[in-house]
Design a protein around this ligand. Structure first.
Ligand code: CAA
Length: 391
């Protein structure tokens, strides 16, 4: 892609929750060897939303620093990707648009395809900017992953939002053509409308993910993509960080590309640091991987990064990005590390109470206790309407 035509990620910011449950606490409660979590799945803790936090408050918290830095004059579209939507009709992004005071001359829409949604949003954003290079698109991925208490998925829960400003002449990462795409109708993970927790066939979901990696890569190659050896690092969707290693080894084996553990660690290591502490943030997870890579790795100027986005059900996409010279001056490393470090440790009983909480569906007045110290909160439900406010 020539410099003149470059379109991509101009800014990136993430937010997570008020609370954190460590895997040491979970292991002590469930009588599990903590090494299964720390080593077996590669997770150390999970972000837990306070009673007054949800995908909207996290999304607004992630996007606010982007608006503060760049203004909203060029943003004509907001796309919020989530698989933990708060309303069947109204787009969660409209609440975010209101909290951030964005102009009324904006289109706002919500996108869903499990953990893949943010990548669709990013690609659609690139398309919109191609049509008019003066415009920018605010892409937000925000999710809270919840499984049944005591289920194998419980240890892979988490929550976060990533906001990305997409535009021409980006400061961070240029998104390249081509993309490799893959769709297969499988029931590996899903959440029917009447359930608050996801259903999953754990082992089936791992094989479906690996099949999708192969399928997306095959299409990427057929579209004339790069060779595996050309990439400095790979950002995979990380339902748990060990999955990135499984996926990457599968890809390299499929390509007949021999790599030792050192090379694999070099390609993936920096991408897993935030996800290991935050847990599965579903559609935000691949881009939390990118945030960690940009924040933690040595200079990546001019390097190619591979992205593998997977959403159960299933859709996958492989594409490449190139890191822009000077990108380090635009990073938010300190704020990102603070977002993780500031979370308050909670015990199992508190986590369980938050997990089991649900709003009455009677249309009454249900205020929510003040808990979050983040910039936005959900004040309550009133007449079936969600009420949000700056804190
Ligand atoms: N010390 C070290 N390692 C240990 C250990 C110990 N004491 N005990 C177990 N392990 C290892 C196991 O060997 C295993 O590693 P390998 O897979 O490399 O062999 C790992 O820890 C996990 O152990 P199990 O397979 O026995 O764990 P489990 O069956 O209880 O749960 C899981 C694993 C099925 C992935 C479960 O966490 C789950 O259902 N997660 C939700 C679904 C999911 O994340 N799927 C991923 C693909 S789908 C997707 O990506 C979309 C999405 O976001 C959901």
């Amino acid at each position: 892609m020539s410099g003149e035509a470059a379109i991509g990620i101009h800014d990136l910011s993430f937010a997570t929750t008020q609370y954190v449950l460590t895997h040491a606490t979970l292991a002590a409660e469930t009588g599990t060897d903590v090494a299964k979590y720390h080593v077996g799945i590669g997770q150390r803790s999970m972000s837990v939303p306070a009673a007054d936090e949800d995908i909207v408050t996290m999304a607004a918290a992630a996007a606010a620093p982007i608006i503060a830095r760049h203004g909203a004059d060029r943003i004509r579209t907001v796309v919020l990707a989530t698989e933990t939507s708060v309303d069947q009709a109204k787009a969660a992004g409209i609440y975010v648009h209101s909290l951030l005071g964005l102009p009324s001359a904006t289109r706002v829409v919500e996108l869903k395809q499990a953990c893949y949604g943010a990548t669709a949003a990013l690609q659609f954003a690139v398309g919109l900017v191609h049509r008019d290079r003066t415009q920018q698109v605010l892409v937000i991925a925000s999710d809270v992953s919840r499984y049944e208490l005591g289920s194998p998925g419980e240890a892979t829960q988490g929550a976060a939002a990533v906001a990305m400003l997409v535009g021409a002449d980006p400061a961070l990462v240029r998104i390249e053509d081509p993309s490799g795409v893959f769709t297969a109708d499988v029931m590996d993970f899903w959440r029917p409308n009447y359930r608050s927790t996801a259903l999953v066939d754990g082992q089936e979901s791992i094989s479906a993910y690996l099949q999708a990696v192969e399928g997306a890569w095959k299409d990427y190659t057929e579209q004339g993509g790069r060779e595996p050896g050309e990439f400095r690092a790979f950002c995979y969707h990380q339902p748990f960080t060990k999955m990135a290693y499984k996926a990457h080894k599968h890809l390299l084996h499929h390509c007949g590309h021999d790599a030792d553990e050192g090379e694999i660690a070099r390609s993936l290591g920096h991408t897993t640091t935030y996800n290991a502490d935050v847990g599965n943030s579903y559609t935000a997870s691949t881009y939390l991987g990118l945030a960690a890579l940009l924040d933690d790795a040595d200079d990546l100027t001019g390097e190619a990064i591979g992205f593998l986005s997977y959403g159960s059900g299933s859709v996958a996409e492989f594409f490449a990005g190139t890191v822009v010279p000077g990108y380090r001056a635009h990073l938010r490393t300190e704020a990102h590390r603070a977002a993780i470090a500031r979370r308050q440790d909670i015990d199992y009983a508190r986590y369980r109470a938050l997990h089991e909480h649900s709003f009455p569906a009677d249309g009454g007045d249900h205020p929510v206790p003040r808990e979050t110290t983040g910039p936005y909160r959900m004040a309550g439900l009133l007449g079936h309407k969600r009420i949000y406010e700056p804190r």
